[in-house]
Design a protein around this ligand. Sequence first.
Ligand SMILES: [Ca+2]
Ligand SMILES: [Ca+2]
Ligand SMILES: [Ca+2]
Ligand SMILES: [Ca+2]
Length: 274
Amino acid sequence: MLENLLNEQDLAPGGQGTTDGRSNLTVDFGFFTSVSVGDKVWVDLDGNGLQNGGEPGVPGVTVRIYNATTGAEITTDMYGNPLLPEVTDANGEYLFENLHPGSYYVIFDLNTVPPYYTVTIQNVDGNVSNEDDSDASPVNGLTENTGYIPSGGANLSLDMGLQCNIEVDAGQTAKICSKNMLALAQLNAFITPASVGGVWSTSGDGQFVQGDGTTIDNTFSGAVFYIPGPNDKTNGSVTLTLTSNPIGPCLPVSDTVVITVLKVDCGAFPWDGN
Ligand SMILES: [Ca+2]
Ligand SMILES: [Ca+2]
Ligand SMILES: [Ca+2]
Ligand SMILES: [Ca+2]
């Protein structure tokens, strides 16, 4: 890489000394001061596409940097040392250092973003130098270009905002007879992504149990049946609520489903509609 640093046209014939007799080490000998590109992945809790107070950083996101002119990924720094992809730190920050002056873009590796996030709105500011807006494409994590960063400069504007994206659906209404258990599978409830997990709760006095019909378990992954309680039978219905687990800065999300509890013993006599 050294040959790239020594810009031949800035050297006198033979490569000795300078053409104008005045020494400008920065230009004449290519001793550029390096430039930097960064610097943040954060949770855009209010979804406005900008970094606001109290919005935390997201660690563990891989970022790669590219030459905006050639489209080539940058894999060595200006000193010829290997330049590895950055991974955002505990504060959600990354920084590529020791780069040649030039124009760059980065690609945030969306495969390294936790599945309960989606990328927030892009470029609400529209200004390439805005250090607080999100520049990443929600489709592929690609940012805009920095524009030319001169020797000694830095562009810390290439950021990506993420929004919590957890969907909870408690499923479809159902009817059960008072002495029967409700098979929760028939509700077709879901939490997306499933890895977030969640818990069931009831407005009544019944219990969630595992597949053995007796072991109490209100987790979404563990509960198989709902057994209506005395009040559920008296009321004739009960509301079940499915709530996602809190994860990172993402708040729990809930949905409800109403279960009709028929005041009949289905096994004893036909239901008369009351
Ligand atoms: Ca925000
Ligand atoms: Ca921008
Ligand atoms: Ca920034
Ligand atoms: Ca920005």
